[in-house]
Design a protein around this ligand. Structure first.
Ligand SMILES: [Zn+2]
Length: 433
């Protein structure tokens, strides 16, 4: 939906002027407030009749709250509480986000007021707002919420605190603690919301995997290469994959122990991987069912490096294109499909030749499509194991491949082939057993 449609919706729901709602909405979006959150806060600002009502909100078990509940009263244990700064209507606002657990479930919350929440606190929140985020209910603790701390701790079957492994971290997670090695780190100057500012960006790794990060206020311990313990990081999507954000509210401390960064990536079914909305380092196995148009020998714009058609860049008009090789191949494992994107090096491997060879083949055939055809003949119908960064957008799921290997090419098969070679016999059964 376009911003205009969202504004229209809100305006008619709330019975207020559309232009006013739209400018508020635009403001929030500009500061990266997700659309649902932005709409939720405007509903609160203009007073949504559907969720207010006159009657007192009913008490609910956390596991029974649904996005349809307007306001509820809940009792639970604060598992995590992390501060974060957002800009709302032109001014910075510190909010606290985390998870609240009851005996029957866990729910994410956002506190718009400083209630002094700490992990381990048992609280009762009266008149907490419920909003929907990504199909799940979330709690809003605001001005109209009455909050009390209980002396008797509630016993919940969940661990208190936000310690996490990188492989389990997901977009939207708040108040996360990780212990990581700094695998890559560079200082960059960006044009932030308060003008030019210096940040660190790179890649963290732990025993479970790797994830990109941004450190908004450069921490020496990170820049020096770690390993570090980080408390109160939040996870936000950037370029389609989850990214660990280390903010001014995060604590960064040097870690005494070494981190043994795992080299294995998680292997997932394609359907599950796509449903996560984006994974930094993932492995999928599937049948290669098609090589898409725009594969093989292609030309890129020298200015923006995007692929061009017939010497025309959509942004820069007629340009002198740069020749390049790539493959966009559709992989299917029965649970879903993903487009694996192979860079020039991986494409040279599957093509079995260099860019010069491809140019030569195209010249001889007087048609550059022959390069894609050659690649099609070699890979379509085979099974591949692809590792890379998965991103999902409205056009589908792309897997930016770091490695692309035929399924048969596993160590066991290689060992078998090697044994056969030295034994000089084809004793398949003997090795298999
Ligand atoms: Zn261009």
């Amino acid at each position: 939906m376009e911003l205009d449609d969202h504004a229209e919706d809100l305006a008619s729901d709330l019975g207020v002027d559309k232009e006013e709602v739209k400018s508020d909405l635009q403001n929030l979006i500009e500061y990266s407030v997700p659309i649902d959150e932005a709409k939720g806060s405007l509903r609160r600002k203009y007073g949504d009749g559907s969720s207010g009502g006159g009657s007192a909100p009913s008490s609910k078990e956390i596991g029974e709250i649904t996005p349809e509940d307007g306001n509820v009263t809940v009792t639970g244990v604060v598992l995590t509480a992390g501060e974060r700064s957002i800009r709302y209507q032109g001014s910075d606002h510190v909010i606290v986000e985390g998870k609240l657990a009851g005996e029957t479930g866990v729910i994410d919350y956002t506190a718009w007021e400083d209630f002094g929440l700490s992990p381990g606190d048992t609280i009762t929140a009266g008149n907490a707002g419920v909003r929907e985020w990504d199909g799940e209910p979330e709690l809003n603790l605001g001005e109209s919420t009455s909050l009390s701390f209980s002396e008797e701790p509630l016993d919940v079957p969940h661990e208190i605190g936000g310690d996490a492994q990188l492989a389990d971290v997901q977009t939207g997670d708040r108040a996360v603690n990780v212990e990581v090695a700094v695998l890559e780190c560079e200082r960059r100057t960006i044009d932030g919301r308060d003008g030019e500012t210096e940040i660190l960006s790179g890649v963290f790794g732990d025993e479970s995997g790797r994830l990109p990060f941004t450190n908004w206020e450069p921490a020496p311990a990170i820049e020096e290469g770690g390993p570090v313990r980080i408390e109160n990081a939040y996870v936000q999507e950037f370029r389609g994959v989850p990214e660990v954000n280390v903010s001014e509210f995060s604590t960064v401390s040097e870690l005494e122990r070494e981190i043994d960064v795992g080299t294995d990536s998680t292997t997932m079914e394609i359907g599950d991987a796509v449903r996560t909305g984006g994974v930094y380092d993932v492995c999928v196995v599937g049948n290669l069912i098609a090589v898409r148009d725009g594969s093989g020998l292609i030309q890129r714009c020298p200015e923006c490096y995007r692929v061009i058609q017939k010497g025309q860049c959509r942004t820069h008009g007629e340009v002198d294109g740069i020749d390049d090789l790539r493959v966009k191949a559709i992989l299917d494992d029965g649970t879903g499909t993903v487009t694996a994107v192979l860079d020039d090096e991986l494409t040279e491997q599957v093509y079995g030749g260099t860019l010069e060879d491809a140019l030569e083949q195209a010249r001889e055939a007087m048609d550059q499509e022959v390069v894609a055809d050659t690649i099609r003949e070699r890979i379509v119908g085979r099974e591949y194991r692809v590792r890379g960064h998965l991103s999902v957008d409205e056009y589908g799921a792309n897997l930016d491949a770091e490695s692309f290997k035929e399924r048969d090419d596993d160590p066991e098969a290689r060992a078998r082939a090697f044994l056969q070679e030295i034994d000089g016999v084809d004793d398949r059964e003997g090795v298999d057993a």
